[in-house]
Design a protein around this ligand. Structure first.
Ligand code: C2O
Length: 353
């Protein structure tokens, strides 16, 4: 059986928080009503929007100021507003640190990592985050940027997030040794720390890792993750993470502040959403899912089993209305959700990597 959307009223204090967390209650405002995605689309623009690489958008002053304005507006909303930045950030904590039961009659906790739920959950999460930003600046064509960390030109923290402490995109809980122009290391681990290597060596290593994780992992199970349905256990110890999730974890650890007790913000589930960079990072993860499906002449497929397709999530939309969505409704970024990715080259595809 698939996991159905949790009731907001079933949200409880997360039972899987690390010690000394910055927040302890991650529950959204309560509401019994909800609509389906098709109803939400009735009042939402269907014009296709383009998400572009953050390292290129950094030179587009108009875009950066619009994006900053949208995030600033979101941060200004009262914390009880489900569209506020705090509430958006808490979504990750509630769905990932044990804020919901899997169902009203099951005592297991809902976990959207370590399984096949990882790609679709985060796709939906960003979709609503983006629709809210667009609404706040009254521009339905607005699209979030993506951190193109799989491209040699994007292998550093995107400048617009890191160069100005007064920007709403800035977050002080990041690894200070990893601000630009520090080069990304996809082999990074917190325990080993930074290695001494020049940018060219790192580029080559990174491209090799990407090639292996994306090109070689050619089945949905290997790339998207193992199955997870009602009654399944997913945790660090019982991990069914696919290779997409595995690469993405490294960036979380690399961005998080090693001097914080739990590597906050990006280095822990509960706090990740408090860093604006989280959403750009996940936009790239989301893009790689779409790119992966086009490899081998488009013969790679998503899962086709009902338990995956019928899994539900629930999010507040730009009108503060709870919307129930399914995995089946999000399989095409452009046809189902009206956004696409532009401007990335995917150099790791090259078999020489
Ligand atoms: Cu929900 Cu990048 O993790």
């Amino acid at each position: 059986k698939p996991i159905l959307a949790p009731e907001f009223s079933s949200c409880h204090l997360p039972n899987d928080l690390p010690s000394k967390p910055r927040v302890t209650n991650c529950c959204p405002p309560n509401s019994k009503d909800f609509i389906h995605f098709s109803d939400h689309l009735k009042y939402t623009s269907k014009k296709v929007r383009a998400r572009r690489p953050a390292h290129i958008l950094a030179y587009d002053k108009e875009y950066v100021s619009k994006f900053e304005r949208a995030i600033a507006e979101m941060k200004k909303l009262p914390p009880e507003d489900p569209r506020s930045f705090v509430q958006q950030a808490k979504i990750h904590c509630a769905y990932c640190n044990g804020g919901y039961p899997q169902s009203p009659t099951n005592d297991k906790t809902l976990q959207v990592h370590f399984s096949w739920l990882f790609p679709p959950f985060h796709r939906w999460y960003l979709y609503f985050f983006e629709r809210i930003l667009a609404e706040l600046i009254d521009d339905p064509t607005f699209a979030i940027p993506f951190w193109n960390w799989d491209d040699p030109d994007g292998m550093h923290m995107p400048i617009m997030y890191a160069d100005n402490i007064d920007s709403p995109l800035y977050d002080c809980f990041r690894n200070r040794a990893h601000v630009p122009p520090k080069f990304l290391d996809l082999n990074y681990s917190r325990s080993a720390g930074d290695i001494l290597a020049d940018d060219i060596t790192l580029t080559n290593n990174n491209l090799k890792i990407l090639h292996t994780r994306i090109v070689d992992n050619n089945t949905p199970e290997l790339f998207l993750g193992k199955c997870y349905h009602l009654g399944s256990e997913a945790s660090r110890l019982h991990s069914g993470a696919g290779s997409l999730e595995i690469i993405h974890n490294t960036l979380h650890a690399w961005v998080g502040d090693p001097f914080m007790p739990n590597n906050e913000d990006m280095g822990n589930f509960y706090s990740s959403g408090f860093d604006t960079l989280f959403y750009a990072h996940h936009a790239n993860v989301d893009r790689l899912w779409s790119v992966w499906k086009e490899l081998d002449g488009g013969t790679r497929t998503d899962f086709t089993c009902k338990d995956w397709l019928n899994t539900e999530f629930i999010f507040y939309d730009q009108k503060k209305i709870p919307v129930k969505v399914t995995v089946a409704e999000c399989l095409s970024d452009e046809k189902d959700l009206f956004y696409k990715y532009e401007g990335a080259e995917n150099t790791w595809k090259d078999p020489n990597n």
